[in-house]
Each structure stands twice: as C-alpha cells, then as structure tokens.
Design a protein around this ligand. Sequence first.
Ligand code: GDP
Ligand code: MG
Length: 301
Amino acid sequence: MPINAGYEYVAAEKKYLQAITLEEKIASLEEMIRAAPKHKGSENLLSELKTRLKKFREKQEKNKKTGKTTKKGIKKEGFQIVLLGPTKSGKSSLLSKLTNAKPLISPYPFTTKEPEIGTLHFQGVQAQVVDLPSIGSEYFDIGIINTADLIITVVERLEDIEKSNSFLTRATGKKIIVITKADLLTLEQQRKIEATLKSKKINGLLISSTTGQGLEPLKEKILLSMNIVRIYMKEPGKPHSPVPVVLPEHSTVKAVAESIRKGFSATIKETRLTGPSSKFSNQKVGLSHVLKDKDIVEFHT
Ligand SMILES: Nc1nc2c(ncn2[C@@H]2O[C@H](COP(=O)(O)OP(=O)(O)O)[C@@H](O)[C@H]2O)c(=O)[nH]1
Ligand SMILES: [Mg+2]
C-alpha cells in the first residue's frame, strides 16, 4: 500500500468493506480515520475518508427525518435473509443461533411483535437476518418478504410448508426450507423427512436450535445462495488475510483491486494468484481474470 498503512487501518478497512448497515459503515469509517497514517502522503486519503463519512452521516440524518427506517432500523443493506413461518415454529430460536441477536423466545404464540434483526457472520461473510413476527400475527408484514434476497421458511412439520408458500407468490429471493426441532423426532422420523425433501427436490434440511444439529449445513446453504466469491488478499512473503473481500460471483481481479480503493487497479504492476481459478499456484494473471471463491490474490504495485 503506497500510503504505508498500519495493521489497525487495514483491519478497520476490512470491517468497512464488509459493513452492512449504515451504522456499521460509519463506525468502521471512524476507526479508519483514527488509524490512518497522518503524514503528507496520506492527506488525500484522509480527506477522501472524511468526505465519505460526512455523506454517510447526512444519509443517516435524512433516513431519520424521512422515517425511511423502521424503529429498529430495518433497511435492506447487503444480503438480507428473512425467517418466515407459523408461530412457535422456532424462528426466534434460530435467529439467536445464527446471529448475535437476543430475541425473546417463548412457548407462547405470537411473542415476536416487531421484526428482530441480527447479523450472521460466517467465514468472513455477513448477512442481515430478520425474524418476522409470525404468519397470522397482526404484526406480520409481507412487504419485506417480496424484496428479501433469501427467504428461510421455518416449520415444525412438512405439512406447514404449503401454508407459508402462499406468502411467497411475489417473492423474488432464493428459498430454503428449514424443519426445526429435529431433537424431538426419532431417527426414523428424521430419515423419512429427509427422504421426502430429497424426493420432492426441496432445498431444505432438518435442524435443531437446541442441539445445534444442521446449523453448519444451513449456513453453508445460505452461503451458496448468496452468489458471491470470497477473495483473500496476500502480501508477498506473508500468509493471506484471515478475512476475505466479498464480491459478486464472476468478479475480476480488477474489481477486487477497486474494492480496496478506487483507482487502486491502475497502480498494479503484477498480480499473482493461487486458488480454484488458477492453473498452478502463484500464477501471473491480468486484471480481467475472472475469480473463483477462495482465490488468494497478491498485488504488486
Ligand atoms: N426441542 C426444541 N424446542 C425448540 C427448538 N427451537 C425452538 N424451540 C422451542 O419452541 C418454542 C417456540 O420457539 P420460538 O423460537 O420462540 O418460536 P417462534 O415463535 O417461531 O419465534 C420455544 O419454547 C422454544 O424453546 C428446537 O430446536 N428444539
Ligand atoms: Mg418469534
């Protein structure tokens, strides 16, 4: 990096690149500004960051005024997943397992009155997860289902899928069916459900929020539905970054460079690539090379 940024700056920048909500973006940008090198050569960078921060703060103010966000700030930023299903099917429990959110979980119906939001962090990727008030609840809001990127239908029984489907007629996002409370079923019952899902070609799986069964495979399915690639950065002679840059599928080397900083690709003299899209390790590639998930990219400027 020509501005000679320290580790803290790079870490803050990674957070920024992965931030989903406006609040997260502002927080990580503030960190970047704090950690940015303060010398002649970095003046431009600093002023650019400050301008960006100002814009985000203005946007935040505007959102507050126009009431564009709900009380809880539900706003589609980044990849959005909604949990849909009848009351007591285990949506809030699943939210608390997938994310940092601490929703109210109870044996009583219609406990969730407002959408609860959490952020799923998985292998360097983030997604916003929204736990909707249950179908049939007076608080149920169908609008968000139509625009979500992924709808996870959460049911206790296969027969309940049908009912939820009627809410998906205008939904454009991908779909996953989750059958919950697997821990209450015998192995034989579980096997039957899995066989049915398979024979009906339903993109679904059994989970248990109590035992954790099926949660990792569910996260894998979520990741697959996101149509993204995770690209790891590497500096010569060092291990690659622990956190990837996340980009849409079929992104090029140039897109990765530009995601680090606008105009960065123009400063690159050579790119070395190791991973699924390279023919051999440390392959020299051009800016138009199309990347695959888990590629490791090394830029020489
Ligand atoms: N045994 C078992 N109970 C569960 C599981 N997930 C949720 N529950 C229980 O089911 C009830 C409803 O759960 P909740 O997450 O509030 O459902 P929601 O109404 O869909 O949000 C609560 O009593 C939970 O403890 C699970 O995987 N196994
Ligand atoms: Mg709930």
